[in-house]
Design a protein. Structure first.
Lengths: 132, 84
């Protein structure tokens, strides 16, 4: 596993564990808070910056990490993110209208979905051998 | 050549069925004495991609097909065939 694959997988797994921790905390009765989303966003940005840095430092070695299968999985992750956000938006919209879910909380949830859904897809793709 | 019946009433060359594509990449790679990692390095993709192409999970682009054929010194048609 080369440096970029390792960096990308680490960042994606951190986000997967991050969103899992947020979900567990919500299930335990704690409200979702802005700092959780800021934390997830910070991990995502840091992951992207690290991957960029690795790409600059080892441009030749990372080529297999961006082969056509990985690019296809990467594209799939954004499609998944789009549909997750769209479905999430409508679900939260109706919940906020009918069951009194706070609009601020709904916005934070949408943020969590937008940040984490593509990473969840890429982490699964990597473990299934669909991304380098 | 060993054959397997994939569509019941007719035989097709021994190959892995990939949706609308048959591949004999694994046979040719082994014949060339290469591991998946060796072949991956030759064509600049990850070993996982070679694995999924061989197993019929991923259909390669024309460019990758040509690179694979060149690396194994065969034609693209030797590696990939349409079922009919």
């Amino acid at each position: 596993m080369n440096a970029l694959t390792l960096t990308r997988l680490s960042a994606n797994l951190l986000l997967v564990f991050g969103i899992a921790a947020v979900i567990v905390s919500i299930l335990a009765g704690y409200p979702i808070e802005a700092r959780y989303i800021i934390g997830l966003g910070a991990v995502a940005v840091l992951g992207a910056v690290t991957q960029f840095a690795v790409s600059i430092i080892k441009p030749r070695a990372i080529r297999p990490s961006w082969d056509e299968q990985t690019v296809a999985s990467h594209r799939g992750s954004y499609q998944f993110g789009y549909w997750a956000a769209l479905i999430g938006f409508w679900a939260l919209f109706f919940l906020s209208q009918s069951r009194g879910v706070d609009a601020n909380e709904a916005l934070l949830w949408i943020g969590a979905v937008l940040i984490c859904a593509p990473s969840v897809w890429m982490a699964i793709a990597t473990f299934r051998g669909r991304a380098g | 050549m060993r054959t397997v019946g994939l569509d019941g009433d007719r035989d097709v060359p021994r190959a892995c069925r990939v949706k609308q594509l048959l591949t004999t990449l694994k046979d040719h790679r082994q014949k060339a004495g290469l591991t998946q990692a060796d072949l991956a390095e030759l064509v600049d993709v990850s070993r996982k991609t070679i694995n999924t192409v061989e197993n019929g999970v991923f259909v390669p682009s024309t460019i990758l097909s040509l690179k694979l054929a060149r690396a194994l010194k065969v034609t693209v048609e030797d590696l990939f065939q349409l079922p009919n």
